[in-house]
Write a protein that binds this ligand. Structure first.
Ligand code: ZN
Length: 688
């Protein structure tokens, strides 16, 4: 759209007649740093002019004369923000990343000003919404709440301070994530110390002129070493680097982030930022979160202690003098060395051998076929449009023959790229606008191997399904009426439920068997290996879940405490020690590399809470007798995914289950790997 043209006329709600498209508009991936900056500035100037004109127009203000054009302009500004935010995290050219960051912050400033625009707030308050349109009423109420929470009702001088503060917080937040992406570290290891690693890994990691293999903190480099390398010194050295990414540079950045967010919360008359951050979630208060985490910790701790005792007993077979498990023995965040050993020795599951059944193309195509079977989706590879990197894949997605959106996979690590795994929104899908587009930014595939022959770790297959669960949620909800009814505006402590639910299809032996096969021999994964894998996967689960509780406790506490002069290293360790019966050294600074501390702030508990919901969402699938029961899958898509955030999440869950969700399924699942003596006789009573 050019600067002179009028805003697109809105299309009537629900008119998905197939004319909607997935387009990059004036923001293709090929823009140079200069052209991106220019185009971003132009789009934002245009949006500002249009907002000024719209709020100056006299009432009465209706859905069609005010909300529809406002929504269209918000979608355009948000898409610019998404586009720039993505390129800041993934573009291979540092100059484009810098320009993208500047554009993303300019878009943030636009939204920060808009949220406290009192004229807009008054119009939205007075907006005439027909009484028979509850979805629009819900969307407008969410907009008003967001504006109230941003300070739209405050006096002008206060609003100016709030804008300044939120702009500063956005910049600090970008400093934090930018430092993590830039903060790659590495160890040099003589080849003969890498015993235990799988052959395809060793083949892709060639020693340099000095005879040493360089192992970076990138996931495909580091995770296999932590899981398989027999030399504890190598694991110790590498874990030190992994848990010190972005240290020390992010220590002052994190402190500043905590200080400014607390100042923002206080200015808005909240006790602390945790109170602010939880208010618009399902959980509503920090006290409710803390009680929930206590409850889950009580459930998990006895079984988690026995998991640790089991790992220590295994370690003592190698080293009879061992008195404790070290952090590099049973991993901090990933699969650890002794849990991997136990899986191999006691369950007969060699995760290294499993890699040979998990070549990336087979996993990806298997995932596509599964989505076809469950939801009637078809994926068609696109190769006509230049992307930001040659390893990125693009697919058009159709459902029952009708286009629903586009997705991109960026799965190979490279310098300066986002280091974790996430789904990024790229374009907003609404019935009045275009189709949704989203990107999976992950780091599964070894850069030393072409993607078409790369093997995946089993845990990465599970993560792939997880991120794909977010993508499905995004694509299938892309024809709602308004921006504020799309998936990104769902309660943020529900957002991990569809993703954690979809992990189950990667864990289920029947579905895994469909695509896990050796590409050279064509041999399918042996059924008995699948059965053993399922049992091995449950082993240590209580401990892994307790770690999530520990991280959730830390994220909540960091945003409840007074951050002035707070030693975040000590605070992290305190929270960890309180929940997790294993010790962390002061030499580690995991908080500096933990991107969730900006994006999820106090709400890392989302993963545990959403998981409780996700486990119960599986109940109808279990009752149908199959995870691939088409009728249940279609009902799940219709009741949970497609509505996006058109109704409160609790209501969607109630409709799908036909009752309130409860903890029983989570409790059974979390303790599945525990021995019978560790299981409670019956589920604990429900608190919430
Ligand atoms: Zn997720």
């Amino acid at each position: 759209m050019s600067a002179a043209s009028p805003p697109p006329s809105p299309r009537p709600s629900g008119a998905s007649t197939g004319e909607r498209t997935a387009t990059l508009g004036s923001l293709p991936f090929t823009l140079t740093a200069e052209s991106l900056a220019r185009e971003g500035a132009r789009l934002l100037a245009e949006a500002r002019t249009e907002v000024a004109a719209r709020v100056a127009a006299p009432g009465p203000w209706t859905v069609e004369n005010f909300l529809a054009p406002l929504d269209a302009l918000l979608v355009r500004a948000r898409d610019l923000s998404n586009h720039a935010g993505l390129l800041f995290q993934v573009h291979p050219d540092g100059a484009v990343r810098d320009a993208a960051r500047a554009t993303s912050e300019a878009a943030d400033r636009f939204f920060n000003e808009l949220r406290v625009d009192d004229r807009l707030y008054r119009i939205l308050t007075a907006l005439e919404v027909p009484s028979d349109d509850p979805e629009t009423r819900y969307a407008v109420d969410k907009m008003l709440r967001e504006m109230r929470r941003a300070g739209a009702e405050q006096p002008p001088d206060q609003r100016a301070r709030l804008i300044e503060l939120t702009n500063r917080i956005d910049r600090i937040s970008n400093d934090f994530t930018g430092n993590i992406a830039k903060g790659e570290r590495a160890v040099a290891v003589p080849r003969d110390r890498l015993t235990g690693l799988p052959p395809d890994y060793l083949a892709a990691h060639v020693p340099g002129a000095d005879g040493a293999v360089r192992i970076t903190t990138k996931y495909p480099d580091a995770h296999p070493v932590m899981a398989y390398c027999d030399d504890p010194e190598v694991r110790r050295e590498l874990l030190f680097e992994m848990l010190n990414v972005a240290h020390p540079e992010n220590l002052p950045v994190l402190e500043q982030l905590l200080v400014e967010r607390r100042a923002l919360a206080r200015l808005l008359r909240y006790r602390d930022y945790a109170e602010f951050a939880t208010e618009d979630k399902m959980m509503e208060t920090p006290e409710a979160v803390a009680a929930f985490l206590d409850r889950i910790a009580d459930l998990l701790t006895p079984a988690a202690r026995q998991d640790l005792a089991r790992f220590l007993a295994r370690k003592r077979r190698d080293d009879p003098t061992a008195e404790r498990l070290d952090p590099w023995d049973a991993a901090f965040w990933s699969d650890g060395y002794f849990d991997t050993k136990i899986r191999q020795e006691e369950y007969g599951v060699d995760l290294r051998a499993l890699r040979s059944y998990l070549p990336y193309p087979a996993v990806r195509d298997g995932l596509f076929r599964l989505c076809e079977e469950l939801f009637g989706l078809a994926f068609r590879r696109r190769t006509d449009e230049p992307l930001w990197h040659p390893t990125v894949e693009a697919y058009d997605v159709a459902r029952h023959g009708r286009p629903v959106g586009r997705c991109f996979f960026d799965l190979v690590p490279r310098a300066g790229k986002y280091t974790h795994a996430a789904q990024f929104d790229l374009r907003t899908g609404t019935a009045r606008g275009d189709l949704p587009q989203a990107v999976l930014v992950c780091n599964f595939l070894d850069p030393g191997t072409p993607p078409e022959t790369a093997r995946m770790e089993y845990r990465d297959v599970v993560t792939f399904f997880h991120e794909f669960g977010h993508l499905l949620h995004n694509l299938l909800s892309g024809d709602g009426p308004w921006l504020y009814t799309t998936m990104p505006f769902v309660e943020w402590d529900f957002v991990e439920a569809p993703s954690q639910l979809f992990e189950e299809w990667a864990r289920d032996p029947t579905t895994l068997a469909r695509f896990a096969r050796d590409p050279t021999t064509g041999a399918p994964i042996p059924p008995d290996l699948l059965a053993r894998l399922a049992a091995a996967e449950a082993m240590g689960r209580a401990l892994r879940q307790l770690r999530q509780v520990a991280l959730a406790t830390i994220s909540l506490d960091l945003y409840r405490r007074d951050p002035t002069g707070l030693d975040t290293t000590a605070a992290f360790r305190e929270g960890w020690d309180r929940r997790c019966p294993s010790s962390l050294d002061r030499a580690y600074h995991p908080q500096t590399a933990w991107g969730h501390l900006t994006g999820y702030s106090a709400c890392y508990y989302t993963y545990v809470w959403s998981n409780v919901i996700a486990r119960d969402l599986l109940t109808p699938f279990r009752q149908s007798g199959s995870l691939t029961d088409r009728a249940t899958a279609e009902r799940y898509a219709a009741e949970i995914l497609a509505p996006g955030s058109r109704r409160p999440a609790a209501e969607l869950v109630r409709r799908f289950l036909g009752r309130e969700f409860d903890y029983a399924a989570y409790e059974r699942w979390a303790l599945e790997g525990a021995e019978p003596t560790r299981r409670p006789d019956r589920p604990a009573p429900l608190a919430r």
